[in-house]
Design a protein. Sequence first.
Length: 325
Amino acid sequence: MDLSPNAGWLALNKFPRLAALAERARDLPAIRAAIVHPCDVASLAGAMEARDLDMIEPMLVGPRRKIEAAAEAAGLSLAGLAIEDAPHSHAAAERAVDLVRAGAAQAIMKGALHTDEVMAAIVRDTVGLKTERRISHIFVIDAPLYPKLMLVSDAAVNIAPDLLAKRDIVQNAIDLARAIGVARPKVAILSAVETVTPKIPSTVEAAALCKMADRGQIVGGLLDGPLAFDNAISRDAATTKGIVSDVAGDADVLIAPDLEAGNILAKQLVFLAGAEDSGLVLGARCPVMLTSRADGPAARIASVALAQLYVHWAEAQAAAKLAGE
C-alpha cells in the first residue's frame, strides 16, 4: 500500500469527476467521524490522510494497543487524536454507534473488521441507528468511458430486496445524487429487458417504482424502467430499440434488481473498465463509509468526500424544512 503523503489525494487525479467532488468537500467544514477498529495500516492511513486534508475530525475506536501497533507499522503519529479504547471489534462498532447517538460523531468509517459487525451494531433495536428508511449502500463510480459519475445500488447490503425495500434503495440513491450536486437525478431501474413481463419479476417492480414516483412515494428524481443496462447508459442503444425516455442513455443512478447483479456490475466497472469506486451506506441516522479491504487510497478519500458532502447537504435540508414549518 502507498503510504506516501496525500497518496489518496494524488491517486484521485486519475479520476477527474471524483477528484472534483473531493475538491468541493474540502471547501466544507470537516465532519466528526468515528473510525471503527482502525487496526490495520490501510484503514488507519486513510483516516489520517483525510484528517490531514481537513475533511474529517477522526475518533479512533478500538483496542488501543492494536491501533498503536498499526500506527507504528505505518510510521504515523497518533499525537492529538482521540482514541476510544474498546476491547474488540464488536465493542468498537457498538461504541461508534453510541458516539453518533450522543451527537459526538456525524459519520462512521469502517476499519479492519467485517461489514456485518458494523451493520449489526447499526441495526440494533432501540440502541442502533435505524430510521424509518431501509438502509442501503450506494456506489459512486467514475468510469472513464461514461461522461459523468454513475451511482449503483444496492450492491452491498440488501440481498434480494422486495418492492418496498427498493423504494427506499431508490430514495437513498436519489438523496446521495442530490447531495453531490445532481439537481434532478435520472434513475434507471435495471432488468434484463426493457419491457414489462411477469416472467421477470424485476420488470414488474421497475414499473411499480416508476408509478410510485408519479404518486410522490419517491421524490427528487426522474425514474424510468425497466431498462436493460445498455439502454440505460447508451443513447444509441436506446434509439435502436425505439425507447423514448429522458432517462435512457443518460442515467445518473442505476438500480440493480438484486445484490448479486449490482455487485457484479460495480466490480466489472472497476476491474475491467478501469473505473474507480467509492460509496456510502445511507438510511441510518448517519452516513457510513463502508470501505472494502481491497479499496485503495483514492477510494477511501473519495468515500470521505461523499460522507462530508452528504452530511452538510442533509443538515441544509433539515434546516430548510424547519424554516418552512
